[in-house]
Write a protein that binds this ligand. Structure first.
Ligand code: C5P
Length: 297
């Protein structure tokens, strides 16, 4: 379907945040990236994506966060460019409207998820020229976390972020997500961790087993992110958030991605709500979220 007559129509897609249940850095690669192993989970905190076709050949972003780049530096625009480059279709020009709720530079994969939503939306609009696997493959050009975000859910992610193993979904539990007011550069955390001795490594296998068995407390014991000791800013606040979450009844806590967001896993909604209320008095970016299942084939 080369032609898309969608003048005036608005197409929408949800872009969900992800949290790291585990994260391990295995070592530096020749291409400047690092080999990783991590267990990622999609959660219900989400941005809303809208596409308005303009037919002026100019694809750009508009957002409630006015400081976000509107051009290719925004992963959403990079995703559109990558989609048209790989399909050979003509980019008609569009406004990608991002209603951002996922905090940026937070370790929650917001930009990657926006990009993945643009890939899904364009692929749907053009009659599915690419398979899910194709989308996962080409989306790695936009960013390391984008392949996971294409189908989301519960996945073991390896390599640079492109080796995906879909797992049985996490069915229960609630997450409180709390981001202290710092922006962390992912590249800087990788630099600090590179070559360092890691005192402890996550038990990915045990965490996967706990999810399969629906055992939240066994999963909670295994929430662990090796990057937590290497985040250059906000360590005091992150410790404070950890303490509040544990005191508030979280079964386990961990930092997500390269931080600074700290997540707490709860099995009781009343406790999760109360922890969210308490933390939001000190930290504006505090959210309650539940696990979201991935897109099935
Ligand atoms: O791929 P993405 O642009 O999201 O990565 C941001 C930065 O994080 C990269 O420039 C790189 O420094 C670092 N990174 C890495 N190894 C990965 C993913 C990211 O070193 N697997």
């Amino acid at each position: 379907m080369e032609k898309l007559d969608a003048r005036g129509a608005v197409f929408t897609e949800k872009a969900y945040a992800k949290v790291n249940l585990t994260l391990e850095v295995l070592g530096a690669r020749a291409d400047g990236y690092h080999d990783l192993r991590m267990l990622l989970q999609t959660v219900s905190l989400a941005d809303d994506i809208e596409i308005h076709y303009t037919y002026d050949g100019r694809t750009r972003v508009e957002s409630n966060l006015t400081y976000l780049p509107s051009d290719r530096r925004n992963h959403a625009v990079a995703a559109a460019r990558t989609f048209f480059a790989h399909t050979g279709l003509t980019d008609p020009g569009m406004i990608i409207r991002l209603e951002k709720r996922i905090p940026v530079c937070a370790g929650l994969g917001g930009g990657s998820s926006d990009a993945a939503a643009v890939f899904r939306l364009l692929n749907r609009n053009y009659g599915y020229p690419l398979s899910w696997t194709d989308l996962e493959t080409i989306s790695a050009e936009v960013g390391s976390d984008v392949p996971f975000c294409i189908r989301g859910g519960t996945q073991l992610v390896e390599g640079r972020g492109e080796k995906l193993t879909k797992l049985s979904p996490l069915q229960d539990g609630l997450f409180v997500l709390c981001k202290p007011p710092y922006a962390v550069s992912t590249a800087s955390v990788f630099q600090l961790i590179s070559g360092s001795h890691l005192a402890r490594r996550p038990d990915h296998t045990g965490a996967v087993r706990a999810i399969a068995e629906g055992n939240l407390s066994e999963l909670a014991k295994r929430l662990y992110n090796v990057m937590e000791d290497f985040v250059p800013v906000g360590r005091h606040d992150m410790a404070l958030v950890r303490g509040e979450l544990m005191d508030g009844g979280a079964l386990g806590v961990a930092m997500s991605g390269s931080g600074p967001t700290v997540i707490g896993l709860f099995d009781r909604k009343d406790l999760a709500l109360s922890a969210q209320r308490t933390l939001s008095k000190s930290f504006q970016d505090t959210f309650l979220a539940v696990p979201v299942s991935g897109i099935e084939l």
